[in-house]
Ligand binder design. Structure first.
Ligand code: NDP
Ligand code: OXD
Length: 313
């Protein structure tokens, strides 16, 4: 079994060591050590250049080293083999930590208190109970559902939106364009955990922000995006913050990454920015998961997280 391991810009030593541990019979190669592309059976990749994987004529499976596969789906020359993505409790747990933290930071007005502290001001702001704050989660997949359940455990009034209708005990669910408007109207904090597809691109825009609950207990709505940067229209986020149809934002992902120097997002007092690290792929957990998928494939068994290439995620 020959595996190509390639993640543009990552240090892959720890990854190669872990894969060798999980799959002792595998030969791990990198673009630097590659001599015969036709010998490669499997690719484990993160953001290879479009067209790169087409140079491996005998690939059997392509594995994303993360949960998202938008960079693969956007490759017009992607080989027609199964694409597998990561579904792992380690990654899911990290994302839910991020979502809970960001909701709480805005809910408990942490940015204001940090400013008061810096200025030596002793000032109290109106306190709101979690049960009075309505959170709307865009995406009820692996990550969205876990985050929604954990937000409920804190006491938030949570709803979720997905492409297909869902019945989830204890959770208000919405789907489709009408469902989005209905959920927006009852949302104080909007959490985006959607994949980037042609359908979701640009949907975090001014039109949607204005449909969020404008008279909620926080004084206005907040958006949190850890899905993909292409979901958001950054110009619209700035405009919404200016006009007050948003009062805060937490952004982990950006239209262009790294975020360009000079973007007003860097210094906006109501935006919390993180560098696309809401849920990083841990080499140990990720390689164990992907090794299991390849073992299943070699045994002729179905793999657990094959991407639906028509849906694009
Ligand atoms: P899943 O595929 O499990 O879930 C995706 C969810 O989005 C599903 O509920 C799906 O609906 C919904 N969805 C997709 N398209 C639409 C649409 N057009 N309208 C409404 N709902 C839609 O993905 P994960 O939860 O595992 O991951 C989600 C995304 O999180 C990844 O694709 C990636 O972009 C991002 N991510 C970001 C990370 C970070 O560090 N910032 C880390 C990991 C992931 P349905 O249930 O009907 O299929
Ligand atoms: C992922 C990511 O998709 O880290 O896993 O963005």
């Amino acid at each position: 079994m020959i595996i190509l391991l390639y993640a543009n810009g990552w240090d892959m030593d720890a990854w190669a060591t872990r894969i060798r541990k999980e799959l002792p019979h595998a030969t791990i190669i990198s673009p630097d050590t590659l001599t015969n592309p036709a010998s490669v059976d499997y690719a484990m990749v993160w953001k290879p250049e479009p067209g790169y994987l087409a140079g491996f004529p005998n690939l059997k499976v392509i594995c994303s080293l993360g949960a998202g596969v938008d960079f693969l789906m956007a490759d017009p020359d992607l080989p027609a083999v199964p694409v597998v993505r990561v579904i792992d409790p380690d990654l899911t747990g990290r994302m839910s930590e991020y979502v809970l933290l960001q909701c709480l930071l805005h809910h408990r007005r942490t940015l204001s208190y940090l400013r008061y502290q810096a200025a030596g001001i002793w000032k109290d702001q109106a306190d709101v109970a979690a049960r009075d704050i309505r959170v709307g989660v865009l995406g009820l997949g692996v990550l969205g559902l876990d985050a929604a359940k954990k937000l409920q455990m804190i006491g938030y009034d949570v709803a979720g939106w997905s492409r297909s209708p869902k019945l989830i005990e204890g959770l208000s669910t919405y789907s489709g364009p009408d469902g989005l408007d209905a959920m927006a109207a009852r949302t104080d904090i909007l959490v985006s955990l959607l994949p980037h597809t042609p359908e979701t691109e640009g949907m975090l825009n001014l039109d949607l922000f204005r449909k969020l609950a404008q008279n909620g207990p926080l004084g206005g709505p907040v958006v949190i995006n850890a899905g993909r940067g292409k979901l958001q229209v950054e110009r619209d986020i700035m405009e919404a913050l200016d006009e007050g149809s948003l009062i805060g934002a937490s952004l982990d992902v950006f239209e262009e990454e790294p975020l360009r120097d000079g973007s007003p997002i860097w210094s906006h007092p109501s935006i919390i920015l993180t560098p696309h690290n809401a849920a990083v792929s841990d080499p140990i957990a990720t390689t164990a998961y992907l090794a299991r998928q390849l073992t299943l494939f070699e045994a002729g068994e179905p793999m657990e997280s094959v991407v639906d290439r028509n849906a694009g995620y």
